[in-house]
Ligand binder design. Structure first.
Ligand SMILES: NC(=O)C1=CN([C@@H]2O[C@H](COP(=O)(O)OP(=O)(O)OC[C@H]3O[C@@H](n4cnc5c(N)ncnc54)[C@H](OP(=O)(O)O)[C@@H]3O)[C@@H](O)[C@H]2O)[C@H](O)CC1
Ligand SMILES: [K+]
Length: 544
């Protein structure tokens, strides 16, 4: 299943590029010309009136792209300053450098030179691309630092455009590589207006610092689709490289092999939802249980239950302890209530085969979650474990054993650190070499260890299944989603989808995407209560 597009690691990208060139059907020079033309084209699209540009060219093929851009912008009437490394790069970049030299000079790529030349309308960073393996140091680090200072105000002048990626960012993880020599030796994080990347997004464009560093991300087609599909399929068939996808609902679909988001959502929800059961009974749409906690803490579970209802579960029952029943007396009237005081009562409820999903955690209290958890896990019913259930799980004697792949864990960073302290520790280390340990690496390992689907929440949510399949969902454009209670809504939405019969990995992915879409649709000022109310409109817009 692909929502929108695949994500390629830098190693996969290199392999695809090599396969294309080895086929003899396309040369490296042609690919470089297409890459440079794509960037020059995007610049001219945004700034149609020729202006002034400073182009910084590094020692490898990223620098080669920079020389192509220089030639094409010069031909379009732009006034240019080109700075480059005094080396003999690989043959393609060397040829592009020669072609540029017939048009204009190359000044040394030094901080002093960058200070000397007058400010331009745009600076183009073609220093490092996917070939970066270690932190920039010395003169290049100083250049990058100066570039960061010059373009710190993302909307001011000069604007920063990066070729393939911001230089210094590890494209497999989205973190800046550090020399360990201190701030003055390390480049300042870049803050681009536009990044034009080639063929496919890389994890670093979407994870951690990537979205802020890249600015607007454009993926340019440079004619590698044929080789990409072949390589990705071969790797998947050989089970060498499990799929890493982007859930990118707003992103235009590149080519016909991939369904767009609404098509995928229609297929998934149609399977278990009303489209699949035209004369469906409420139980055929699934019965979800949402466990609530002690009196005074009922809001979180009610939010989750409301989201499960709006998400399309046929029936949702909220299960508070007897002492808290009274506080759940209000709307929605569609919500059933049933008291649940001990593990024996959960066991009795779960003997009903119509219970197709259970949500444990939001507002539950750690002790109560811990007392109910063994029975929930014993029944291996599709479930979402969130919030207090995750804290209880981390303290459980047999953790990380006992889960199954129809279970979704939805930790935020703190809960993830309690569940997988070693993985959280590795993520927190200062990255000194690329490829740095990424959130995708961490989540794949977490899901493999515990045998469940794990979803790490954040502006760059990562979801992984025990077989290694993973998604990145980038929601850096909806910062207003990070507000109290939105996680409870997400847990409820996923359990609603589980109850509809959707498999855990897909239910988690759909839940994350629809949750963010609802926030995007509502806009700033959103509170968690608003999210479920957006769902009917969204489903209608998606044609569900
Ligand atoms: N994807 C495609 O199909 C195409 C990509 N293109 C462009 O090519 C780059 C990748 O080019 P590559 O030459 O592999 O890598 P870079 O240009 O990013 O950099 C490699 C050179 O930089 C040196 N390097 C790496 N890290 C450092 C550092 N910290 N300090 C100094 N120098 C560094 C590296 O040297 P090594 O010693 O490590 O070998 C290389 O000399 C891609 O991003 C696209 O822009 C094609 O143009 C079109 C097809
Ligand atoms: K770059």
């Amino acid at each position: 299943m692909l929502f929108g597009t695949e994500i390629l690691t830098t190693a996969q990208m290199r392999a695809i590029e090599s396969a294309a060139m080895e086929s003899g059907e396309v040369t490296g020079l042609t690919l470089m010309e297409r890459a440079g033309a794509a960037v020059a084209g995007q610049i001219r699209l945004r700034w149609p009136k020729p202006g002034s540009a400073t182009i910084l060219c590094g020692p490898g093929n990223n620098g080669g792209d920079g020389y192509v851009i220089a030639r094409l912008l010069a031909q379009a009437g732009w006034h240019l300053h080109v700075l480059g490394v005094d080396n003999i790069p690989g043959p393609d970049a060397a040829e592009m450098k020669r072609r540029w030299k017939r048009i204009g000079p190359i000044a040394p790529l030094t901080e002093g030179e960058l200070r000397r030349i007058p400010d331009s309308d745009i600076c183009i960073d073609a220093i490092f691309g996917t070939g970066l393996t270690r932190p920039p140091e010395g003169e290049i680090a100083a250049v990058l630092r100066r570039l960061g200072q010059m373009t710190a105000n993302g909307d001011g002048r000069p604007r920063l455009v990066t070729v393939d990626c911001p230089s210094g960012l590890c494209m497999d993880s989205g973190v800046w590589l550090h020399s360990g020599l201190g701030d003055d030796a390390d480049p300042m994080p870049l803050n681009a207006t536009l990044t034009v990347a080639f063929d496919s997004p890389k994890p670093g464009h979407l994870l951690q610092r990537g979205p802020a560093a890249c600015g607007k991300l454009v993926i340019a087609d440079i004619g590698l689709r044929h080789w990409r599909e072949r390589q990705v399929d071969q790797a998947a068939n050989a089970r060498r490289s499990p799929m890493l996808g982007a859930i990118w609902p707003e992103f235009p679909v590149r080519d016909s092999r991939m369904g767009d988001f609404s098509t995928r959502a229609r297929i998934a929800l149609g399977k278990g939802g009303s489209a699949g059961h035209p004369a469906g009974h409420k139980y055929s749409h699934g019965h979800a249980l949402v466990v609530a906690g002690p009196a005074g803490h009922g809001g979180a579970a009610r939010l989750a239950a409301r989201a499960a209802l709006r998400g399309g579960a046929g029936l949702v029952t909220l299960c508070p302890p007897s002492a808290a029943m009274a506080e759940h007396a209000g709307p929605p009237d569609a919500l059933m209530r049933r008291k649940l005081d001990d593990a024996g009562q959960v066991r009795a409820m779960l003997t009903d085969p119509r219970v197709a999903g259970l949500c444990l955690g939001p507002g539950c209290g750690v002790d109560r979650a811990a007392s109910l958890l063994p029975v929930v896990l014993d029944h291996a019913r599709p479930c979402v474990l969130d919030a207090d259930a995750l804290t209880a799980l981390a303290q459980a004697p047999h953790w990380p054993e006992g889960l199954s792949d129809n279970c979704v864990l939805t930790p935020h960073a703190g809960e993830f650190a309690r569940l997988f302290p070693d993985l959280a520790g590795r993520l927190a280390e200062t990255p000194r070499r690329g490829p740095a340990f990424s959130r995708v690496d961490a989540l794949r390992e977490a899901a493999r260890r515990c045998g469940a689907v794990v979803l790490l929440k954040g502006p760059d949510t990562v979801i992984a299944a025990p077989d290694g399949q993973a998604y990145i969902h980038s929601a850096s454009d909806v910062p207003w989603l990070a507000t109290a209670g939105t996680g409870d809504v997400l847990a409820g939405l996923i359990v609603g989808f589980l109850a509809r019969g959707i498999a855990a990995f897909e239910a988690a992915a759909l839940g994350v995407a629809i949750h963010a879409k609802a926030a995007r649709r509502f806009g700033p000022g959103l509170i968690a209560d608003d999210l479920p109310e957006q769902l009917p409109f969204l489903f209608r817009e998606l044609g569900l």
